[in-house]
Design a protein around this ligand. Sequence first.
Ligand code: GCW
Length: 721
Amino acid sequence: MLLSIKKLSLLLFFILSFSCFAYSENGYELWLRYHKVENSFLYKGYQEKCQRIVFPSNSDKLAAARKELITGLEGLINTTPKESTKIESNTIIIGTRKSSDIISKLLSSDEIDALNKEGYIIRTMNIVRKQVIVIAAKEDIGILYGIFHFLRLMQTNCSLEKLSIKEEPKLQYRVLNHWDNLNGTIERGYAGYSLWDWERLPRYIDNRIIDYARANASIGINGVVVNNVNADARSLLPEWLVRASGLANAFRPYGIRLFLTARFSAPQEIGGLSTSDPANLQVRQWWKDKVKEIYEIIPDFGGFLVKANSEGQPGPQDYGQTHAFGANMLAEALEPYGGVIFWRAFVYHNERNIDRVVNGYNEFKPLDGQFHKNVFVQPKNGAIDFQPREPFHPLFGGMPNTALAIEFQITQENLGHAGHLVYLGSLFEETLQSDTYAQGKNWTVSKVLQNYNKTHEMSGIAGVSNIGTDINWTGHLFGQANWHAFGRLAWNPDFTSQELAEEWIRMTFSNDKTILSPILTIMLMSRETAVDYMMPIGLNHIMNYNTHNGPEPWHDDPLWTAFDYHKVTKDSIGINRTTTGSNAVSQYYPPVSNVFNNIETCPETLLLWFHRVPWNYKMKSGETLWNEMVKHYYKGVEKVEKMQLIWDSLSQKIDNERFGQVKSLLQLQKDEAIWWRDACVLFFQRYSGMPIPSKYETPKHSLEYYQKIPFPYEWEKVDFP
Ligand code: GCW
């Protein structure tokens, strides 16, 4: 009897743990889970339409596409389609005109040739009363993108009746920038270590690299810079290039080209030359030889990303040359092979006497038109540095004669690292849809970027990756949504952040409205929430000096001071960047410049960015500036509490593991939001001398307490080998 009770409980234990595991997910599959379609009506309809495939797949890209399609169909509708070579009902016919005779017959060459090289068509067709779905493209990569789109239709529960889709990317270079160091650490990375296993490359390719490439291809990313912009010249040594070629080979079937960062002083550091002066003929030849060597090892190498003369990096100005002169030297070396340069416009030298905001524009605007045609200049989205909110960078619209690629940051360097849920789709959209008025109304940043297709035959966008070795790739599960949103916006910068959030939730969690809508609410409120508890009303750069996480508006040492960014005094706060101040406003076109210049019309979300404002200034709400600021900080915390409540309502509706991870991180976020709020309110109160309105709870600790909290993991102090 005793034994059987023991046996019984063991059995129960196994059943229970099995069911737990069965409902548990760790996030590894990202938005490519391909779980069975829940809606039984749709499930049956999809099954019916996907009985057979006609899919000659004689290239590595087509083979990757076919594998994805089969995996997807097996997961979503438990169907392994039969192979066919003819037109029958309920068949998916896939191919390019080159790979498939049937496609050549079904679609006119005009129609296919009108697509750009990554575009595709998905169409329901009736051929002699046989209904088929056609996925056609000009090139093999278009087929892979088309397959991902087709699977997404089922993942998001769309109808497959009457499909008439024609898609092509609006931007050509859609690139992730990894700030990965050769020793496996990642600058500003919060999701573990680098995915690149340099020790075992090029011969060993972890399956994870393939999954990484699949995920990227599924959202349209077609370029990856594998190493840090704070570059190590050794990555250009032959042995490292050979290792990198292993990655390039793994990426190739997924339409992804590999890029490297180039350290401007490489000719000296690894080339044995006595100078890296771009005017020196030996230096120029060294780069030409280096590029030739790279293309011998990586035949489809994409090109270089360069950070020069910024934050201590070497560059052409070290030799009295301009950014354009330096960039063009590298561009010339790459041109014969079709490679491009991404030359960053994030330049500043930590000078106290100049408003940092005007730097990038002042250095690059005069060079407009001087860059070679295979050079992108790459400004960050705003003129300071990936802050929770910045106005769009005035170079967008300001450089009509130079192809600009925008740089967003997906890793949450200044937005709570991997601890805070902040959906960045909203931030990306805000910048992309900002109207520059560069050529009249509706000349948005998105349009500026796309217009380079016409004027320069190239266009681009870059995102600083948030990906690492963590099991769920991004540390915080919702970091995945930021990777996804970036890729999708790179494909089409005019998607709305809301539609992309919804798409991600459907693919990552469920199509069930009772799951979809609460998660959507959380995501859409999250970015403004973070702005509220960190840096409302246009405040910026008041985070911890080293880690960029947590509040430190009091930081003040001879090298760096937060006071340059808020300029708080007992009377006022904010920086005068109007025509009577640093005049940063004049870097924008009217009417944008006028709107920012006038305190009455400047959006309050950017007020302290552009204006110096007295504490008792009357805000639109009727409150004083001081009260309004306090209100934002308190509202930020309240909104995190609301996010927690909404998330809790999902208990038992989604799997335990992902539910639990997000729940515990939301608690962390709340604690840190309170930290931000109390530290900032107490600090600024020292100056304003005004009371925290009595309706708010008083901070639990003194300012001194907050000033003593140590900041965890200060990467700059870690001794890397
Ligand atoms: O904001 C700074 C980051 C640095 C980064 C730099 C840049 C790669 O704190 O870590 O360096 O921006 O974008 O170059």
